[in-house]
Design a protein around this ligand. Sequence first.
Ligand code: TYD
Length: 139
Amino acid sequence: MQVIKYMFQPHGDERGQLISLEEFNDIPFRIKRVYFMYDTLEGVVRGHHAHKSLEQILVCIHGSCKIRLDNGTESKVIPLEKPYEGLYVPNSMWREMFDFSPDAVLLVFASEIYDEKDYIRDYDEFKRYIESENKHESI
Ligand code: TYD
């Protein structure tokens, strides 16, 4: 399973760091939505869903957290600990976010506006969706 982690270019100088992210340039899609999670309580696991078409880039801009990605056959845990790291989450990928430090701020760039119809919130349904997608691809 291929995991794409972007290393953004900080524009550092004696004053500190600055990171700029542009759509189609640093972020590989048109950014239609940005949201962020903070004050996440200890032990909380968020996510537990996949998207049919949404693409995202996750950046833990403060603190740290872990992301589990699962493509239906393989699963990987990716730590996000630096504000210059961006994890690409493609469509058809189950994700869980956990191990949030108390100061964690997880910023998400999304390719679409919020649409509940794009969510798959049941893991068994996700597995069936992946299988039907694979069948279509092999035809
Ligand atoms: P939820 O999907 O449960 O978040 P997570 O995937 O991190 O567990 O979303 C929490 C609430 O926020 C839910 O009521 C839907 C709402 N929400 C929006 O209104 N817009 C958004 O862009 C997102 C991501 C969530």
